[in-house]
Design a protein around this ligand. Sequence first.
Ligand code: SAM
Length: 229
Amino acid sequence: MSVPVRSMFDTIAKRYDTLNHLLSGGRDLVWRRKAVGYLPRLGPNARVLDLCGGTGDFAAALRKSGRADSNAPCLLGDFSRPMLALAAPKNIAVTAVVLDALNPPVKAASLDVVLCGFGMRNLDDTTAGVRVIHALLKPGGTFVTLEFFRPANVFSRFFYGVLAPLFIPFTGRALGSRRTAYVYLVESVRRFKSAEEYAALCRAEGFADVRVMTYDFGIAHAVVASKRP
Ligand SMILES: C[S@@+](CC[C@H](N)C(=O)[O-])C[C@H]1O[C@@H](n2cnc3c(N)ncnc32)[C@H](O)[C@@H]1O
């Protein structure tokens, strides 16, 4: 578990939602809505974990989509208490759990769906994260990753190489957050795997039907994968 990453999210928690919506021009809400749209309609007892769930917006998108029964159990797991605390007023009907994504206190093969929105990039070990999630899912379960992957086309290279380093740390700072947090955001995207490399990792860790969806010319991607029945 990365203590510097956790304290960074603890520090920016109060401004996280505002900055997220502002910096993406509201597109983050659209990306989450589209990403949950790849899930099948879940039964009333389906168990969902929103891993690295932060302030709960991915779980909220799932509830809004109507794909999960409003009473179906949904865990919101994150290692930052201040991020989780901000989910409470949203009334998403989730159970917030403070946990480390690489060592979650969840029974193996007990979940129907794992969501991870903009969280995989922050883990100390991406391969270990994918392996853990595969172990938590029931056979036939679905894993939906929404992420900013390393840019792989001219537009996204220009966006993350030139535009983002200029306006993201500046906007973060202007709204009262530490500039370093937003330098980290851009740097972590450029250091991460490409969406295709991540999809290959999911296949190598045993997932089937791995599909990559590109949003806004490669600024964000969803990767949807199933655990073999
Ligand atoms: C960029 S935020 C994403 C929040 C939310 N999923 C969303 O869609 O807005 C990343 C979250 O991952 C959490 N996180 C990072 N590494 C983690 C780890 N090892 N275990 C648990 N949570 C982690 C952070 O605390 C933070 O809340």
